[in-house]
Design a protein around this ligand. Structure first.
Ligand SMILES: Cc1cc2nc3c(=O)[nH]c(=O)nc-3n(C[C@H](O)[C@H](O)[C@H](O)COP(=O)(O)O)c2cc1C
Length: 229
């Protein structure tokens, strides 16, 4: 297994939601590396009640693709049901929505989809003990040359999905992660600056150090040339 491993900060600053994939399969060796990294995450009381289901079954992925049409149509209703109106959106929003649309129509071809589950009622902050593993998984996927994204559209038919996968009632599905070798690149992330989201000592109080930094933060320290072109 070759691991390009771009380094921790470069990975953190460039891991974005990638939703278009080459047909190349993801080997068990590569998948194991990613999941073995995912489970290094923290969880409340070290409960590790996360469970992961690796899905490669084309018939089920086909159904998950069909189910994804429901939330997509609901989303498109904002544009009067006309997907071509997406073209009028600002570039980053347009590209992101086009990638969502692509996955809605191609989920059945994604090399592997990982479902992430956790015990219902186990933690006082549900999700808090699951999403650290999800982010570990996505970062590790990037480090081995893969891409992916949370893509919860198939949960519109959660009851069918649970039945097909034999998921017990005491488990909640937290997210669905399509993974593969991406045709798009990881790259710089569009995020609100630190100064807008970090307060000093008290809610709403500005942090002068953050105010003094450039709007884009310190991305240019970490985003490598081949990833930002
Ligand atoms: C909890 C959660 C749920 C999400 N659900 C979906 C989803 O259902 N469909 C989808 O296309 N992306 C989904 N995403 C991906 C987000 O849209 C994406 O991470 C965000 O827009 C940032 O994208 P970027 O990293 O490419 O900038 C989800 C992300 C999270 C963390």
């Amino acid at each position: 297994m070759t691991t390009p491993d771009p380094g921790l900060f470069a990975t953190l600053y460039t891991t974005r939601a990638l939703r278009r994939f080459k047909p190349d399969p993801v080997s068990d060796e590569v998948l194991f590396q990613v999941l073995d990294a995912a489970i290094r995450a923290p969880s409340g009381q070290n409960a590790q009640d996360w469970r992961f289901i690796v899905v490669r079954d084309r018939a089920l992925l086909g159904d998950m693709q069909r189910w994804s049409a429901t939330p997509w149509q609901r989303y498109l209703a904002r544009f009067g049901g006309d997907a071509s109106k997406i073209d009028a959106l600002p570039r980053s929003q347009r590209l992101s929505l086009r990638s969502v649309e692509h996955l809605v129509h191609h989920l059945a071809e994604v090399p592997v989809v990982v479902l992430v589950l956790g015990l219902k009622g186990r933690h006082s902050t549900p999700g808090g003990s699951t999403f650290p593993a999800v982010q570990n998984l996505l970062l590790a996927a990037h480090a081995v040359g893969l891409g992916g994204s949370v893509f919860n559209f198939p949960l519109s038919h959660e009851a069918e999905l649970r039945e097909r996968l034999g998921i017990p009632d005491n488990n909640q599905i937290y997210c669905v992660l399509p993974i593969g070798y991406p045709t798009d690149r990881h790259g710089p992330l569009k995020r609100r600056p630190v100064k807008d989201v970090v307060y000093l000592e008290r809610f709403g109080e500005r942090w002068p150090f953050a105010d003094a930094q450039q709007e884009a933060g310190w991305q240019d320290r970490w985003v490598r040339n081949e990833e930002d072109d």
